[in-house]
Unconditional design. Structure first.
Ligand SMILES: NC(=O)c1ccc[n+]([C@@H]2O[C@H](COP(=O)([O-])OP(=O)(O)OC[C@H]3O[C@@H](n4cnc5c(N)ncnc54)[C@H](OP(=O)(O)O)[C@@H]3O)[C@@H](O)[C@H]2O)c1
Length: 227
């Protein structure tokens, strides 16, 4: 499958790397490829610059946001939540038309310090904002409730015995994403919350997730929904 992964941070890298390992044709999208490749410094968390990651993943190509979205049969939004709508506008509505758009972003607002709050919540969410602005894209919210490395390797915590969610209006799109999560990434418990409005719950879980990270001192954990 051809996949465009929009985002060059740890999440874009984790998802692009895993999809490439699984044999998919992956193009990562960034605003300015030359500038992104020119970064020499580690990011704020000490991760190596994107160029170093790309050198270790020669099957992955870096391109502009529009080219990456045009390449994908499936497009992944792994951009900063506060900038996601702007990034998707740069990717171009026509390049998202009819495509499964996997949204893993959280609308985190750091303007009042740590921990961040959500820039949209309660009666709306980022997943819905994206679906409203790009009505012909088939938005599926998922994976935003776990750390980047756990997204593509759930076995890293608790032997993989924990839960991830999907939300979206299009049943076929959710089935495709669920298959990718289970057969591709190794998730064993995927709960379909319902239509895209249910992504409010997955996004607002961030309030608890961020405080748990502070309390546990690590992002390597997840929730298991026990029925
Ligand atoms: N980090 C995690 O473990 C984790 C876990 C769950 C969910 N998430 C969510 O996943 C998303 C990606 O997280 P991340 O930590 O990998 O990276 P991030 O630092 O949140 O986002 C980096 C990406 O956002 C793009 N970006 C930033 N400002 C932009 C703007 N004004 N216009 C267009 N694009 C812009 C950057 O584009 P350029 O490439 O052009 O610089 C880059 O590709 C976020 O929404 C985050 O909340 C993260």
């Amino acid at each position: 499958m051809r996949v465009g992964v929009l985002g060059t941070g740890v999440v874009g890298q984790a998802i692009a790397g895993k999809l490439s390992e699984l044999g998919h044709e992956v193009v990562v999208g960034t605003r300015d490829p030359d500038q992104t490749l020119g970064r020499q410094e580690p990011d704020v968390f000490g991760n190596p610059p994107f160029g170093a990651w790309l050198a270790e993943h020669p099957a992955v190509r870096l391109a502009g946001l529009g080219d990456a979205a045009a390449h994908g049969e499936v497009v992944v939004n792994a951009t900063a939540g506060g900038a996601a709508l702007e990034a998707l506008r740069l990717a171009g509505e026509a390049n998202l038309d009819g495509k499964v758009l996997v949204d893993v972003a959280n609308p985190l607002d750091f303007s009042q310090g740590m921990p961040p709050s959500l820039s949209v919540s309660n009666t709306d969410c980022l997943g819905e904002c994206i679906q409203r602005e790009f009505p012909t894209a088939r938005v599926v919210k998922t994976l935003n409730t776990v750390n980047a490395s756990v997204m593509v390797n759930p076995g890293l915590v608790g032997g993989g015995d924990h839960t991830v969610f999907v939300s979206g209006n299009d049943p076929e799109a959710k089935a495709l994403v669920t298959d990718l999560l289970t057969e591709g990434f190794g998730w064993r418990d995927v709960i379909d919350l319902g239509d895209i409005t249910t992504a409010r719950g997955a996004e607002m879980q961030m309030a608890l997730w961020l405080r748990l990270m502070g309390s546990l001192g690590t992002p390597m954990f997840n929730f298991k929904v026990v029925r």
